[in-house]
Design a protein around this ligand. Structure first.
Ligand code: SAH
Ligand code: SF4
Length: 351
């Protein structure tokens, strides 16, 4: 069964024509509108019943279902989504004064194997299609009372399960679908993509001319440190990574955001100096993140967290170097807040 959310409006028009039903082209527009409102085929009341039946028999209208919802004390909501083949992924909704940001998944699992991350533990099950990513956003938009006309989701971060640049073509199509004026029409400026640093794909992304923000999971200031916790550091050195980041910056002029887990090994005064040197020529910001512990994190010496004292000294060191940095609130830490943890705890309880 095909997922209709995978299609652009023009593709949907051709698809409907291929059904050889005598159907005026505006039907595709009506269906596209219903899909954007995350309606089921049964709900598409202005579509003739005969066509609705053909759709029911051949296509999936809702490729993502909200299987579980956990609401944190701070209001952050975490979703476990089930996909039509039974796989699950996670999403997180964060509400701010200016709007609602949804963090969505791009893959079931991940093959990058970062030592600190729960998503990567079992490797990659499969990529999400563009339509499944779109459906994560549309399902939650509807769930919180939004629609196409009254959009409740304002910002999107690709920071849930998976490495977005390892599912490149589907992610690019998703960004085009979600920012399409016929769809939810979310500005590309309000979309961030977080990557562990696939340098060749970062360069390719720069050439797409999208207005999105690039976020880099850096977590280290030397190759030696990085290799201890991120397999991808063996494939791309920091030199290659920063060459690609600078290319992205030159092309887009968008401020680069870095994610940096504060560990004992990467928060020394020399780290702040090295960061300054690496980022020369960029406009950038650092998000300092406390390590969320997973079953594996306690076993790896390189993942010893920085003490509170060390964190505040590092903060001073960054300030001295004029590096803009904020410590990220640990949103929803009472609800398996970190990437991949809800999915894993559900997998474990099912096992
Ligand atoms: N694959 C992409 C996006 C998904 S991971 C990436 O790596 O950037 C989203 C973010 O969660 C990344 O910054 C990642 O480094 C961080 N993360 C994963 N596990 C974590 C943990 N246990 N504690 C803190 N941050 C974690
Ligand atoms: Fe994959 Fe990102 Fe987790 Fe690394 S941190 S294993 S790249 S999801």
């Amino acid at each position: 069964m095909k997922i209709l959310h995978d299609l652009t409006l023009n593709e949907l028009k051709s698809e409907m024509e291929s059904l050889a039903l005598k159907m005026p082209r505006y039907r595709a527009e009506q269906i596209f509108e219903w899909l954007t409102n995350y309606a089921s085929f049964e709900e598409m009341t202005n579509i003739p019943i005969e066509l609705r039946e053909t759709l029911i028999n051949n296509y999936i209208a809702k490729p993502v279902q909200i299987e579980k919802e956990l609401i944190s004390k701070d209001g952050t909501r975490k979703f476990l989504f089930s996909l039509s083949d039974g796989n699950t992924v996670e999403g997180v909704l964060m509400s701010y004064k200016y709007g609602n940001t949804i963090c969505i998944s791009t893959q079931c699992g991940c093959r990058m194997g970062c030592a600190f991350c729960a998503t990567g533990i079992d490797g990659l099950a499969r990529n999400l299609t563009a339509g499944e990513m779109l459906a994560e956003v549309l399902a939650v938009n509807k769930h919180i009372g939004g629609s196409k006309a009254d959009r409740k989701i304002t910002n999107i971060v690709l920071m849930g399960c998976g490495e977005p640049l390892d599912n490149y073509d589907n992610v690019i199509k998703f960004i085009k679908l979600i920012s399409d004026k016929n769809g939810l029409n979310i500005s590309q400026r309000n979309i961030s993509l977080s990557t562990c640093g696939l340098a060749d794909k970062i360069k390719k992304l720069a050439d797409e001319n999208l207005g999105i923000t690039l976020t880099i999971s850096l977590h280290a200031s030397t190759d030696e440190q990085r290799k201890k916790i991120m397999k991808v550091a063996g494939a791309y050195s920091l030199k290659e990574l920063f060459f690609a980041i600078k290319y992205y910056f030159e092309k887009t002029k968008r401020r680069i955001v870095f994610e940096y887990i504060e560990l004992d090994m990467n928060t020394n005064p020399e780290d702040a100096k090295r960061i300054k040197e690496l980022c020369k020529g960029l406009s950038y910001h650092f998000n300092l993140i406390p390590l969320n512990s997973t079953p594996k994190t306690n076993e790896i010496p390189a993942l010893k967290p920085a003490t509170k004292q060390k964190q505040s000294e590092f903060w001073e060191n960054l300030k001295e170097q004029n590096i803009s940095a904020t410590t990220r609130r640990t949103l929803g830490s009472d609800i398996d807040g970190a990437c991949g943890q809800l999915r894993r705890s559900t997998l474990n309880s099912k096992a």
